[in-house]
Design a protein around this ligand. Structure first.
Ligand SMILES: *Cc1c(COP(=O)(O)O)cnc(C)c1O
Length: 407
């Protein structure tokens, strides 16, 4: 192999400083473990932020990627792409949807969902219906429309005027939601389980009520299942728990299990407004992405895997409840659904994440001073018990630190 050596020890000064990166780099992954460039082994409960649903180096994904790499990487969407048709068929057969548009990222799928919401009403002669109502704590991505939809002030500051048509209401506040609905309302958009927001879960009753309101007033219901979909909650899609189906749904993250793939799904009734020329993408759904997406889908949609996620999340939940009882000075609340676990802390979540890293446990942060555990769906009970052992040690470290501050 030739080419310049990558030196993680000296962080590049040419990479834009938008991330707060720790001085840690990985060389190799295997299942739920990551190995740093300095040779240390870590247990991975970040999984690339719920991306590596099948862990690292999954043999079926490697085969799908390398087989396709030897055949065809990319062709334009002006030609039929059989792998894309196959993945769209699979997604529609296992969901509410009739049509799929593939993207390269989550936020692009959100962008299309928002366009569809407006186009749907415009095509029905109501172009004034442009408002999309979202909830506090939401995260829908980083394009201009997505940050406006998310409504989180720090992501909006300094980027010019706020876009018209986005209304953010308090989480789960049914009265505020009803008050926000008016003649300009196009859609309600939400994550059935908030990811970046810290694992906050909408109740089944709330989701069914949103569905009822939307039906009554011809408002579109959009689910952002980019993080909570693709098996993470123990069902292929999180909405299956409530049975309240959306009109539009966006997926990404574990859809490609590490290969960048996103998707926007909708029904024929809604999607028919998206006629020739109304949208497009150069790479979205190319053969390489679709080959990996197909393999990932076939693994994640296996009933035995989804059953495993439900079993494993029960184990996590029970064990973490025990930790909550034993460390009430460290943990204030446990949230989430399935293997999207949010734990709200009594000390700074960033500090706690650094302590976990020192114990070779990788966890993600979240809003509301939470940390998130997002293990690969294939984690074994044995590996989970190792995770929980390390996690308890971190709780002890955190307790010692809190006590030293008081004393
Ligand atoms: C990650 C995420 C996005 C954005 O996806 P990108 O691929 O980073 O653009 C949008 N919504 C939710 C719920 C997410 O978790």
């Amino acid at each position: 192999m030739t080419g310049p050596a990558v030196s993680p020890a000296s962080a590049s000064t040419h990479v834009m400083g938008v991330y707060s990166r720790g001085d840690l780099a990985f060389e190799r992954g295997e299942g739920v473990r990551l190995y740093s460039t300095t040779g240390e082994e870590y247990l991975d409960c970040v999984a690339g932020i719920a991306v590596n649903g099948l862990g690292h180096r999954h043999p079926r994904l490697i085969k799908a990627l390398t087989d396709q790499a030897n055949k065809l990487w990319h062709v334009s969407n002006i030609y039929r792409i059989p792998e894309q048709e196959a993945l769209a068929d699979r997604l529609c057969a296992s969901s509410f949807a009739d049509q799929v548009f593939f993207t390269n990222s989550g936020t692009e799928a959100v962008e299309l969902a928002l366009k569809i919401c407006r186009k749907y009403h415009a095509a029905k002669g109501a172009p004034e219906r442009i408002d999309v109502i979202t909830f506090a704590g939401a995260f829908h991505g980083r394009t201009y429309a997505a940050v406006n939809a998310g409504g989180y002030a720090p992501y909006l500051e300094g980027f010019g005027p706020r876009l018209p048509g986005y209304i953010n209401v308090p989480f789960g506040d049914m009265e505020a939601l009803k008050a926000a609905i008016g003649p300009h309302t196009a859609a309600i958009m939400l994550e059935p389980v908030q990811g970046e927001g810290g694992g906050r879960v909408f109740s089944d009753e709330d989701l069914r009520e949103f569905r009822r309101i939307c039906d009554e007033q011809d408002i579109l219901l959009v689910y952002d299942e980019i993080q909570c979909g693709m098996g993470r909650t123990g069902r292929l899609f999180a909405y299956e728990w409530s049975g309240a189906q959306p009109d539009v749904m966006v997926l990404a993250k574990a859809l490609g299990c590490g290969f960048p793939v996103g998707a926007c799904l909708t029904t024929d009734k809604v999607g028919e407004c998206m006629t020739f020329g109304t949208h497009g993408s150069t790479w979205g759904g190319n053969p390489l992405a679709m080959a990996v997406g197909l393999a990932a889908f076939d693994e994640i949609s296996k009933p035995a895997l989804l059953e495993h996620v439900r079993m494993l999340s029960g184990y996590f939940r029970q064990q973490i409840a025990g930790l909550h009882d034993r460390y009430p000075d460290v943990i204030s609340e446990v949230r989430g659904l399935g293997l999207l676990i949010g734990i709200q802390l009594k000390l700074n979540n960033r500090e706690f994440m650094m302590m976990a890293r020192a114990r070779r446990l990788l966890i993600a942060g979240g809003g509301d001073n939470c940390i998130r555990m997002l293990p690969a769906l294939i984690m074994t009970v044995q590996e989970a018990s190792e995770v929980l052992e390390r996690f308890e040690t971190v709780c002890q470290d955190a307790r010692a630190q809190l006590q030293s501050k008081v004393g």
